[in-house]
Write a protein that binds this ligand. Structure first.
Ligand code: PLP
Length: 375
């Protein structure tokens, strides 16, 4: 895939040793024929054993998959999906992305990072969530990366402003919905399953009985559980929910799993849509508190532990809640003999802030810079 003004080799976005194609295309060559792709992630990400290194993990068999290190600039779990999403946008000759997300949205920041690297414009409409330090820094990072921010506020007004931004941009515009969890995007974590399988084969970690990660739009969980089903692994994926049960529940996740399976099966017969029934996953609401971005006590307690393990600060929306979910799992007798893999989705590197970042924040969002921080 050739896009205009693709970033140079030492910018931290382009992998130093880019893969010729994703592992997924070896397993499912029908996808290779049809699906645009370009390398953005630095892969494979390491898997590291944590057992015995942290008292709070107890005697459990725990390892970490470090997708926090997927890009030296910024990334986390959005990078793998953007290898497919942004390649598709470039293949359709679009020049300007419109997206929406919460004030602290990692998806908006990741979009800003990679849009800048690929020479694409970005307008992001932001909806309200509790103002944490992480949220404030996300807004400053977004404008530092050249994103045009629009304040949406409520969900309804965010939808209206997003539609308005798309109209304004015209035919050059490409919409990425909050979470960016389309079947195409989910190919990124299907690919990750083949990466993990190679790491298990090479003896870097045991085959996990359980993979635990924070779940919002559920694209990551859906793709991982489908991938394990494709390999015939009995691995269960536990999604620690970070979004309200209205948007993240058994029905919505089941739909994402089935749609993704059907989309892939339509392009490669080796993948059967019935794998959606074989996929093993469940949701755990242990840390959600009052909802998306809410600093539940469990999530706040998780922040420090994220820092102890990864060396970088956690936050309440994603990693703090994931760690709370991990702690709960380790207390559950059913899991004490199992190999648990915490798939860490939050980027460790944070984007550099421009010296004039505060001045770049639009007037309607300035209150975020002054609001009292809830965590
Ligand atoms: C987006 C995101 C998630 C949620 O992933 P989904 O695939 O949308 O469920 C989890 N953790 C982090 C750090 C994220 O940025």
């Amino acid at each position: 895939m050739q896009g205009p003004s693709f970033a140079t080799a030492d910018d931290g976005f382009s992998p130093r040793h880019p893969r010729a194609q994703p592992r997924l295309f070896d397993a499912l060559p029908g996808l290779a024929a049809e699906v645009p792709w370009r390398p953005l992630a630095h892969l494979p990400t390491p898997v590291e054993p944590l057992s015995g290194r942290f008292a709070f993990l107890g005697p459990g068999q725990v390892a970490i998959k470090r997708d926090d290190l997927i890009s030296p600039r910024y990334g986390g779990n959005k990078v793998r999906r953007y290898e497919f999403v942004l390649a598709d946008i470039l293949a359709r000759s679009k020049r300007h992305i419109v997206t929406a997300g919460g004030l602290a949205s990692t998806q908006v920041t990741a979009t800003a990072s990679f849009a800048e690297a690929l020479g694409l414009g970005l307008t992001a409409v932001l909806f309200d969530q509790p103002v944490t330090r992480f949220a404030r820094e996300a807004v400053l990072a977004d404008v530092s990366l050249g994103a045009e921010l629009v304040y949406g506020g409520s969900y309804l007004n965010t939808a209206l402003e997003t539609a308005r931004a798309l109209r304004r941009v015209g035919p050059q515009g490409a919409l990425i919905l909050p979470g960016a969890a389309t079947p195409r995007a989910n190919l990124g974590y299907l690919d990750a399953v083949f990466e993990l399988e190679a790491q298990v084969r090479a003896g870097h970690c045991a085959r996990p009985d359980v993979v635990l990660l924070p779940t919002g739009s559920s694209g990551t969980l859906a793709a991982l559980s489908l991938g394990f089903a494709f390999l015939g692994w009995p691995t269960e994926v536990v999604g620690v929910t970070i979004a309200s049960p209205w948007v993240c529940n058994r029905l919505t996740v089941g739909r994402v799993v089935r749609e993704t399976a059907r989309w892939i099966a339509a392009r490669d017969k080796r993948f059967h849509p019935s794998l959606a029934h074989a996929a093993r996953w469940r949701l755990d609401g242990v840390a959600l508190g009052r909802g998306y971005g809410h600093p539940s006590p469990e999530a706040v307690a998780g922040i420090a532990r994220v820092q102890q393990i990864t060396g970088a600060p956690g936050e309440v929306t994603y990693s703090g809640k994931a760690l709370a979910g991990l702690s709960a799992l380790l207390r559950d007798p059913r899991y004490q003999q199992q190999n648990i893999l915490w798939w860490n989705t939050l980027s460790t590197p944070r984007p550099a802030l421009a010296p004039d970042a505060e001045a770049r924040v639009p007037r309607a969002l300035r209150w975020v810079l002054a609001a009292p921080l809830v965590a």
